[in-house]
Write a protein that binds this ligand. Structure first.
Ligand SMILES: [Zn+2]
Ligand SMILES: [Zn+2]
Length: 235
């Protein structure tokens, strides 16, 4: 796994982070992340957070889970803290997978998924108000809304159908009625091309699990901040 996540590159850039004992097959890192990040709208912010990062064996098909250890971030929904385990809600899972696919290393995850969240939190801690760049509702509602935007669809029902298709083998999905509502089968609609890139991000089981979790609607289910992707991490 070290080869994929490029741990050396990460530790060189974040020297106050240390490898902690492996837990349940997942690599653990603990310590302090120091960052400076800039955006046109909100300017340069430099800050430090004490964190634990748990990187699953299946990374980058599954995302690291991050906890804040220093007690600076209030443990509530307005700061996008997941209530079921106090981990950080960095965004909708599909958008995060899309984001790390461009640089599928721990450094890529840190700079493109984690630091934009820390930037927004740091700003909110000092100034109050909302997250920079807007945010989706925390929880299932926000997650589904973000999938709707990613798939360019109109309704939640279409989102469910699309996730179901992504959980099937391609050949089987192509024979299904197209989720876009065009009346053709998926294989005969251009919508097929639009969702192809999501298929390449992760496995079918990932979509099957998401479909189960989202439809169950547990009140504590993960999600979502958006796209603080305008933030540039500088190190
Ligand atoms: Zn269609
Ligand atoms: Zn959230």
């Amino acid at each position: 796994m070290n080869g994929i996540i490029k741990i050396d590159e990460f530790l060189r850039s974040y020297p106050r982070m240390n490898a902690a004992p492996i837990y349940d097959g997942s690599m653990c890192l603990e310590g302090i992340i120091d960052f400076s990040a800039d955006s046109e709208e909100c300017g340069l912010i430099s800050d430090s957070f004490q964190l634990r990062m748990v990187v699953p064996e299946t990374f980058p098909n599954d995302l690291p889970i991050v906890y804040e250890l220093g007690g600076r971030i209030p443990r509530d929904r307005s700061y996008h803290i997941n209530q079921y385990d106090n981990s950080l809600c960095l965004g909708s899972r599909l958008r995060l997978l899309l984001t790390i696919s461009k640089r599928p290393t721990l450094m890529g995850f840190t700079q493109n998924c984690l630091i934009p969240y820390l930037y927004a939190v740091s700003r909110k801690l000092s100034l109050g108000g909302c997250f920079a760049f807007g945010e989706l509702p925390h929880g299932m509602k926000g997650e589904v809304e973000d999938y709707r935007l990613l798939f360019c669809l109109q309704t939640t029902d279409q989102v469910w159908k699309t996730i179901d298709c992504l959980g099937m083998k391609k050949r089987r999905a192509n024979k299904h009625p197209c989720p876009c509502g065009c009346g053709r089968t998926l294989g005969r609609c251009r919508f097929n091309r639009r969702i192809r890139k999501f298929r390449s991000l992760t496995g079918r089981t990932w979509f099957q699990n998401v479909a189960r979790e989202l439809k169950r609607e547990p009140p504590t289910q993960a999600s979502l901040v958006t796209t603080a992707q305008k933030v540039m991490a500088c190190i």
